[in-house]
Write a protein that binds this ligand. Structure first.
Ligand code: ATP
Ligand code: MG
Length: 262
């Protein structure tokens, strides 16, 4: 048996091939393969699986840290029964991330607290698990960043950077209306990503109200034209999950909530 003798040589080769999971767990993996009585092909498959599992875990960890999600939210944690206006089948289809691969747009629309950001993060995480790069940002932060880059004469660099991730999530579009300049900058980003990279936008405004959001109806039309071309629109209705949870715990009375919203 010559194979077992030169362990250092084998470790060096595994290092050179960057098969670090196999290298680090070599004895345990070989023992397990022997215990399961695997033939050579099965053993090789078993070793490759261990390597791929570690590489996938690392890729997902890095992808999640680069995405800068504001919180941890998952599809498993979304209560579809509490939100009947959300089509669970449509969300499950979106969770395959085919739309991300196609460079499509997803619009999540609805009033405060109905789960838009929750679903945006959850779908973003699904995309990362399927190997796509994702960046999450808030609309106001995004346009402030673009305006700063514009003022510094480096807008092109910024737009190129924001065009890179396979999916760009823009949360809370419409809570604060854009100035004319901000709308033009946002348009440039949308135009650059159009048919190249996927976007997911959340908004408390219906699409018909976006003229107000962008100030200028001409720019609003140009933005919407591109966003809606290959789009999946989810309109969520109903009351805020935050208030529902508070009411269940007795912190808010139904009448007070209703009064506050009228
Ligand atoms: N159907 C649901 N199942 C489980 N948790 C939910 C559901 N809907 C909302 N939540 C939770 O309620 C809170 C509010 O939801 P979220 O932040 O997604 O609302 P939103 O629609 O983005 O609101 P806003 O417009 O104010 O930003 C979050 O903690 C979210 O995880
Ligand atoms: Mg939100």
């Amino acid at each position: 048996m010559t194979a077992n003798l030169d362990v250092t040589g084998l470790e060096a080769m595994l290092t050179r091939l960057k098969l670090t999971a196999i290298r680090d767990q070599l004895d345990a993996l070989l023992d397990e393969a022997a215990r399961r009585d695997l033939n050579l092909r099965e053993a090789l498959t078993f070793l490759c699986e261990a390597e791929i599992a570690r590489k996938d875990a690392r890729r997902i960890r890095m992808g999640l840290s680069m995405a800068k999600f504001p919180a941890v939210r998952s599809l498993d944690g979304f209560d579809f029964e509490a939100q009947p206006s959300v089509d669970a089948k449509q969300v499950r289809e979106l969770a395959t991330s085919r739309w991300v691969a196609n460079g499509d747009t997803v619009l999540l629309l609805g009033p405060p607290g109905v789960g838009k950001t929750h679903l945006a993060i959850a779908l973003g995480r699904e995309a990362i698990h399927r190997g796509h790069s994702v960046v999450f940002t808030h609309a106001t932060h995004l346009v402030a960043t673009l305006a700063k880059a514009h003022a510094a004469g480096v807008l092109e660099d910024k737009i190129r950077q924001l065009a890179k991730p396979r999916l760009l999530v823009v949360d809370e579009l419409g809570y604060l209306p854009f100035e004319a300049e901000a709308s033009h900058l946002f348009f440039q980003l949308v135009a650059r990503r159009y048919e190249r990279g996927a976007m997911l936008l959340t908004s408390n405004r219906s699409v018909g109200e976006w003229g107000h959001v962008f100030g200028d109806p001409v720019v609003a039309t140009a933005i919407l034209d591109r966003l809606l071309h290959h789009s999946h629109v989810l309109t969520i209705r109903g009351e805020s999950y935050r208030l529902k949870a508070k009411r269940r715990s007795g912190l808010v009375e139904t009448t007070r909530v209703l009064n506050a919203t009228t």
